[in-house]
Design a binder for this molecule. Structure first.
Ligand SMILES: NC(=O)c1ccc[n+]([C@@H]2O[C@H](COP(=O)([O-])OP(=O)(O)OC[C@H]3O[C@@H](n4cnc5c(N)ncnc54)[C@H](O)[C@@H]3O)[C@@H](O)[C@H]2O)c1
Length: 399
């Protein structure tokens, strides 16, 4: 007699962009051992519309939703990641947390707080403390803590991980970027809501993918992950620079965050990575990783991809057709993404998380990657405050 299959009941927290992506990705999980039961968010009308459209329950609060689910999927802005995650962990629930895992969102008395002018070493300490509190809460509750960094699960990154592992490659220089023309989230742009700009909101994606690949490399060689050691970084506020000439094509009006950054990371083994991120790039989201290894070279194009090269003579005829994230215009030559969600790794990440819960094993992207990412990102701010000084990264050695 076959055992009845375990179905993990998930509740979404947040009902906007990230929640929409995740809901759609849950529908694609192979074997489908998951049911998205409901959603909660801060705005009643929005969560009701979201729930009605998908035939799920709109819960008035997290507290109301928790008894009805086994796991929550935290799709709130960065500032809410710690309180929402810790509340769910303390209730004995598994938690999936969107990027950024956590960060620094200002002192308790928030009047006049401007992140770009606040001492960055205090931010680093605050962000690391927040990461530690979340990870401790997960350890205490014996539940799974899954860090939803989808780049780790992108098919191109997973293929490269296989090659690194099987050929025992050494990554000598990793080069990567993530840019587009500005986030639509109302929370993005204000440090106390987002925890920073391009460093925290964008460079996190390629950075975490590289941290993951260096971990895989270390495991192949010595059974121990290679971890980041130092970082040098620069940040700029290009759209708020008085010299910027605004032609209206990219988002502006950020409050106190940077819209450009570059990070240079040195690893334990002395090898390096350069990561670029910005809010100023037109033509759709630009996601790429290039690796120079001791036995191969690779370029992973997550977006745009050239599986289709399409010429459209008339903008309006593609009004109802999705082309790619933040494409801007649909006229002329286009690179439609035939399956962007898959190329970005969304169904694969959620599948790994659900299987990790069912099989009681660690997810590929869990506390170690989450913690190392936070420590690199906020150390980068410390460096940028001093115009690029090399800063030791205080990684959590207990992990
Ligand atoms: N991995 C990716 O590709 C990707 C893409 C977009 C966003 N994100 C991340 O996902 C998160 C959400 O992004 P978004 O663009 O959907 O943000 P958003 O600001 O558009 O929406 C946030 C949602 O969270 C709800 N919310 C806020 N605080 C809450 C609280 N305390 N309790 C319950 N609900 C709360 C809001 O009502 C809203 O529904 C961010 O951390 C962002 O960085 C990741």
């Amino acid at each position: 007699m076959s055992e009845s299959k375990q179905i993990i009941r998930v509740g979404l927290v947040g009902s906007r962009f990230a929640a929409e992506i995740h809901y759609a990705a849950y529908q694609r999980i192979a074997g489908n051992g998951v049911e998205v039961v409901g959603v909660t968010s801060n705005t009643e009308e929005h969560r009701r519309t979201f729930a009605e459209k998908r035939g799920i329950v709109a819960f008035e609060s997290l507290e109301q939703m928790l008894p009805e689910v086994d796991a929550i999927d935290n799709c709130t802005p960065g500032w809410a990641h710690e309180p929402v995650t810790v509340a769910a962990l303390q209730a004995g629930k598994h938690v999936i947390v969107e990027k950024p895992f956590t960060g620094y969102y200002g002192p308790a008395e928030r009047t006049g707080f401007k992140g770009n002018r606040f001492p960055k070493s205090e931010m680093l300490e605050g962000a690391m403390g927040s990461a530690r509190r979340i990870i401790d809460a997960a350890a205490k509750s014996h539940t799974k803590l899954c860090y939803a960094e989808n780049w780790v699960y992108a098919p191109a990154v997973q293929k490269e991980a296989e090659i690194i592992f099987k050929t025992k490659a050494q990554i000598m220089w990793a080069l990567a970027g993530h840019s587009h023309s500005g986030s639509p989230s109302p929370a993005y742009g204000t440090w106390r809501l987002s925890g920073g700009g391009s460093v925290v909101g964008k460079s996190c994606h390629p950075l975490t993918a590289i941290l993951y690949l260096k971990q895989v490399e270390g495991l192949a060689h010595s059974g121990k992950p290679i971890r980041p050691k130092t970082v040098s970084a620069r940040t700029h506020e290009l759209t708020r620079n008085p010299g910027f000439i605004d032609k209206g094509f990219i988002r502006t009006q950020y409050d106190d965050i940077e819209d450009y950054c570059q990070l240079h990371v040195v690893f334990d083994d002395g090898m390096v990575a350069d990561v670029f991120a910005s809010e100023i790039v037109m033509g759709g989201v630009h996601n790429w990783i290039e690796l120079v290894a001791n036995n191969h070279r690779v370029r992973c194009n997550l977006s745009p991809v050239d599986a289709m090269q399409f010429y459209n003579p008339l903008e309006e005829q593609l009004d109802d057709v999705y082309i790619m994230e933040r494409v801007g215009t649909k006229q002329g030559w286009l690179n439609p993404a035939p399956d962007e969600s898959f190329m970005f790794g969304y169904p694969q990440e959620l599948q790994d998380f659900i299987e990790a819960i069912v099989e009681d094993r660690p997810p590929k992207s869990g506390p170690l990657l989450a913690s190392d990412t936070v420590s690199v990102l906020y150390s980068a701010y410390v460096s940028a405050e001093e115009k690029g000084r090399e800063v030791e990264i205080p990684i959590d050695r207990k992990l």
